[in-house]
Write a protein that binds this ligand. Structure first.
Ligand SMILES: [Zn+2]
Length: 435
């Protein structure tokens, strides 16, 4: 029997101890097919299938797999290796196979996604500090590259995984307490007493983090080991190579900072682009000159005119504003039929100083509105595109009344409002004060 595969699970599935869970999954599917009663009539098939399911159940869960992987680190009852027996094997890193005084059982995760599928795969094993750092970076890079692209879990799992790996992955306390107690004992059998005590002290740190109800047994075995090694002085501590920030933390941290900076920069560019897009009537000279540091506050379509009266449902004058400059003969037709946006419009008399609005009205998108009985004078039309908030005015125009033999000749003007330039009048952007 393989000491490191006490129930023969890896053997049964035919995968190495370092196999990722995806390999374990596909090996299980294949073997399960072979053992299916339709294919396999051997009387042992049912028992074999149960054993296979058990193997899969244990190895596909990162926590039970961690326990299984460290079952072999048991200190024999006699506590020291008798001379006639083989010397106990120290724990080695599952990556580089080197003996380390500070092994840790660690579970990192990596996330890969594709449209609606997201996989969170554990990368686990006994690692030396160096291999742990490269596993952390590897898992994080994979997550950065492949984790995001699944809805809705890709983003959620990627963020949590990136932070978990950044802080060194998950190190199960009980498993690590056992692991280090065993390693300390191996060093003791090799007469490396100082090292043994230092490693045992690390084991004690993990044991103290286990739930109170479950930690007695492991704490007892560590205390017994330390008692046997006692040299009347407290154990020296190993240099903490697992402390944060280490190199892996810095590498992953800079990835995170880069990603966040890129995100912030692209959001700023996007907001700028959006702000620019919502002002189609504003001439480019004005909007382009706006400094980047003072973005225009986002425009929200008002529900009421300046006087607080809600905009009507049909094109009409707005209640609460005086209808002035009346008694004339001229008419102005405001054509908003080329525009996909409702507009809030004012007819300004330019004969007054300063120019004052004499008619205030609302025109729905795709409609026309006629201002009637306007007295002669110099005017312009100012309006707000209610979808974008943009303000514009027309060129000034004269409304005339001339008495002739046939009666009075008067003006009949049609002004087309456009979302963009191209109407029969040139549009000029204006400020809030001019409206
Ligand atoms: Zn290693």
């Amino acid at each position: 029997m393989n000491r490191k595969d006490p129930a023969g699970y890896y053997d049964l599935l035919g995968v190495p101890h370092t196999a990722p869970v995806t390999e374990i999954k596909s090996a299980f599917r294949q073997k399960a097919k072979d053992l299916h009663p339709d294919k396999n009539s051997s009387p042992d098939a049912v028992r074999q299938f149960q054993h296979l399911s058990e193997a899969y159940e244990v190895l596909s869960n990162p926590d039970t797999r961690a326990r299984y992987d460290t079952l072999y680190v048991q200190i024999p009852k006699s506590k020291t290796a008798p001379h006639h027996q083989e010397a106990p094997e120290p724990i080695v890193c599952s990556c580089c196979k080197k003996v380390t005084a500070q092994p840790r059982y660690i579970i990192f995760f990596q996330v890969t996604s594709c449209i609606i599928l997201t996989f969170r795969t554990p990368i686990q094993g006994i690692f030396c500090p160096k291999c742990a750092e490269s596993k952390a970076i590897e898992s994080t890079v994979t997550t950065w590259l492949l984790g995001w692209w699944g809805l809705p879990w890709g983003l959620f799992y990627s963020v949590s995984t990136i932070f978990q790996n950044l802080f060194g992955g998950s190190k199960p306390n009980e498993v690590n307490a056992h692991l280090l107690t065993y390693q300390a004992w191996v060093f003791a059998t090799q007469n490396k007493f100082e090292l043994a005590r230092a490693v045992a002290a690390d084991a004690q740190d993990f044991a103290r983090k286990i739930k109170k109800a479950d930690n007695r047994k492991v704490l007892d075995s560590i205390e017994e080991l330390l008692y046997n090694l006692d040299t009347k002085t407290p154990p020296k501590r190993l240099k903490n190579v697992w402390s944060i920030p280490n190199q892996a933390f810095c590498v992953q941290g800079s990835m995170l900072i880069t990603a966040v900076s890129l995100f912030v920069a692209s959001s700023v560019v996007y907001i700028q682009a959006e702000a620019h897009q919502t002002n189609p009537i504003v001439p480019p000279t004005q909007s382009d000159a706006r400094p980047l540091s003072s973005p225009k506050p986002e425009y929200v379509r008002p529900i009421a005119a300046d006087n607080g009266v809600p905009f009507p449902f049909i094109s009409s004058y707005i209640d609460g504003y005086l209808i002035q400059a009346t008694g004339g003969y001229s008419n102005v037709i405001i054509d908003n039929s080329q525009n996909s946006s409702d507009v809030f419009v004012k007819l300004f008399s330019l004969d007054a100083d300063p120019p004052t609005p004499v008619r205030v009205f609302f025109i729905r998108a795709d409609e026309k509105f006629t201002i009637e009985d306007i007295k002669a004078g110099n005017y312009d039309i100012r309006y707000r595109d209610l979808d974008s908030g943009a303000l514009a005015r027309t060129d000034p125009f004269d409304l005339r009344e001339i008495e002739t033999l046939e009666g009075i000749e008067f003006s009949e003007v049609t002004l087309t409002l456009y979302e963009v330039y191209g109407g029969n009048m040139r549009m000029h952007s204006i400020s809030e004060n001019e409206f």
